[in-house]
Design a protein around this ligand. Structure first.
Ligand code: HAM
Length: 420
């Protein structure tokens, strides 16, 4: 137990972390290009926020939340997702008073007590984007374009965008009635979970993964057939905008998403190459959430990408990640004087942005050269008493093996010149 991370969690380090940082850098660059500012909300919130926001009948709220009483006897929950917290913050700080739309992104851990499997963890990380303050289809299209841009800049080619519309609450009511009539006729063949879902929120029946229920769900009425004129028009405009932006998509009338707050557009980016948990990104419009959480009615749209799943896609496509090893110079030492001098030069170089490394474990000269190779040093020197006394050392180009004599006192300037 002591030496094992809790089930469903992962340590992030090494080559995996390098790739993670590369991906995160691209996310931040995209947000900068699209004018999306970062928001950091607390890892835990009042439980009530998720009950209201995510929805009491969802699997997340019913089965998956890490909820506990704090020492002040308040019920708090580790955030299972980022949308509710960001909306709470938008209301709390009166951000709606600023010129709209407001555009936020976040990167951070989320927590769901799920059955773990490949691509499904209990602590996982999301890159999320939320936009507030517009009912226009432009907002939906813009949000989708951010997610698409991420996959494009990462060079991911195996992921497909699927979109659907759930309509507004009025369309949903009509659809719910039709769904109820259909499911009601089949409910005795469905699982216990579906029976209780059916009572509380028939739409949630469509989330069921059990095979016997899936077979029945396949024949269920589809929400697209119940859209009113305005919702249909909205969906058509979103699609026209995607066409205009050159973003390929498929309409998938089975997408309902597992959270209650969606209205109108919903979408997912799905990969075929990483197994059952292929949804890398999910999102949509959610026009009722802000009001549901105590604010004014506000048009909003957003998405979240699962970072671990995105890395699974990258690994499946590009092969195992490799530890990035790029050092400008390795400064080896023989003896005490070389060690001391080397430490000084290394620090000066690092301060100036040169990636330098010196011996810090007392290796033999041979082992030091091997190490210099291993860390991918472009150059190396070995400083001994003679080199320091005569102010002369051989600077070795590690790629070609060529050596040039340089002054120890000029080593810093030479490396600065090479780096420039
Ligand atoms: P979600 O579909 O629940 O939506 O999660 C978004 C993404 O997070 C999923 O597509 C998946 O990549 C990743 N994810 C979810 N659960 C896990 C898990 N247990 N392990 C690993 N990855 C996971 C939301 O969370 C919404 N808040 C998205 C949103 C933002 N909608 C509007 N704005």
């Amino acid at each position: 137990m002591l030496t094992e991370a809790p089930k469903g969690t992962k340590d992030i380090y090494g080559a995996y972390m390098d790739e993670w940082q590369r991906v995160e850098k691209i996310m931040r660059e995209i947000c900068d290009d699209f004018g999306i500012g970062e928001i950091r909300t607390p890892i835990f919130e009042h439980t009530e926020l998720f009950l209201r926001g995510v929805g009491e009948t969802t699997d997340i709220v019913q089965k998956e939340m890490y909820t506990f009483k704090d020492k002040g006897d308040r019920s708090v929950t580790l955030r299972p997702e980022g949308t509710a917290g960001a909306a709470r913050s938008y209301i709390e700080h009166g951000i709606y008073n600023n010129p709209q739309p407001t555009r936020y992104f976040y990167i951070g851990p989320m927590f769901r007590y799920e059955n773990t499997q490949k691509g499904r963890q209990r602590q996982f990380h999301q890159f999320g984007v939320e936009m507030y303050g517009s009912y226009s289809p432009s907002l939906d299209a813009e949000v989708i374009s951010v997610a698409y841009e991420l996959l494009k800049r990462l060079g991911i080619n195996d992921v497909m965008l699927r979109i659907n519309s759930l309509g507004c609450p009025q369309c949903r009511k009509k659809y719910n009635d039709a769904l109820k009539a259909y499911i009601g006729g089949n409910i005795d063949k469905m699982c216990d979970d579906c029976r209780s879902r059916f009572e509380k929120n028939p739409l949630r029946v469509l989330d069921c993964k059990e095979e016997r229920c899936q077979n029945i769900i396949a024949g269920a009425p589809v929400v697209l057939d119940y859209l009113d004129d305005e919702c249909r028009e909205h969906f058509e405009t979103v699609k026209a905008m995607l066409d205009e932006m050159g973003i390929p998509y498929e309409v998938d009338d089975k997408i309902v998403r597992g959270l209650d707050y969606y209205t109108r557009t919903v979408f997912e980016f799905v990969s075929n190459g990483i197994g059952a948990q292929g949804t890398v990104c999910g999102g949509g419009r959610y026009d009722n959430l802000v009001a549901e959480c105590g604010g004014q009615p506000t048009g909003c749209a957003g998405f979240a990408v699962g970072i671990e799943r995105l890395l699974l896609v990258l690994e499946a496509q590009n092969g195992a990640f490799e530890k990035k090893q790029e050092k400008d110079i390795y400064i080896g030492a023989i003896g005490q004087a070389g060690l001391v001098k080397g430490q000084g030069i290394t620090y000066r170089m690092r301060s100036a942005g040169i990636k330098a490394e010196c011996d810090s474990v007392g290796r033999s000269v041979k082992a030091q050269m091997k190490y210099a190779n291993k860390i991918g040093a472009a150059y190396s020197v070995i400083l001994g008493d003679n080199e320091i006394e005569q102010d002369s050392v051989k600077l070795k180009n590690m790629a070609t093996g060529e050596e040039e004599p340089v002054k120890v006192s000029e080593l810093f300037d030479i490396m600065m010149a090479k780096k420039a």
